[in-house]
Design a protein around this ligand. Sequence first.
Ligand code: KIV
Length: 257
Amino acid sequence: MTAPGIRKLKSSGKKIVCITAYDVFSGAIADESGADLILVGDSVGNVVLGMETTIPVEMDDMLHHTMACRQGVSKALLVADLPFGSYQSSVEQAVDNAVDLAKAGAEAVKLEGTFTDQISAIAKAGIPVMGHVGMTPQSVNAFGGFRVQGRKAQGEQVMAEAKEIQDAGAFGIVLELIPADLAAKITEELDIPTIGIGAGPSCSGQIQVFHDVLGLNADVFKHAKVYVEGRKLLGDGLKTYVSEVKTGTFPTEDNSF
Ligand code: KIV
């Protein structure tokens, strides 16, 4: 898959399936599932590194996880997040960090908000860029919590931001935690694909966090659906291993040399 290929999926009316992944294991499982786009999200901070928010995630974390994920992904488009503090200061900072993510194996990068000069400059450098509006987690402190954005009059602002990001040269845009009818309008108005998370069914595609859909998270969110009770499944497997070692039923002759 390529960035132009993702755009074509919208024009041909096909839904775009996106999932996050953070290492060779999750990258390979996500790739084998048939997803079109795999995002090394800065949600790595929450679901892998145990942080409360994505704010502490550093470029070094993103480079490390992008390099690992690259090893597991051969079919889907691999996109990496520019973390908080890696693009806001200047266009030069944004381009340099996007280039580093590309060298680590990302085929595109994503950044939050209307940093349109940065989006244009990264795209000009030859790296496809995704935008991200609505509930942008790197701004959680400004929003005062993880809340739905774009209700009522605020909706016009989210629409205007999405258009600015398209005009700056993004090839797609994530719509996070916004009302479904607003997401539908944005999807209709924009040429580029919209990828929703908690933004209803009318988006051009959907993105979910690996740990949320596979039931690996202790928390369950309204915007997600748990497709397998992964935490229980893996926990039960390990409990059986512990019990078999303790009782002497593993290893057997079959496991010995
Ligand atoms: O970091 C992330 O996982 C994301 C997606 C939820 C869109 O930005």
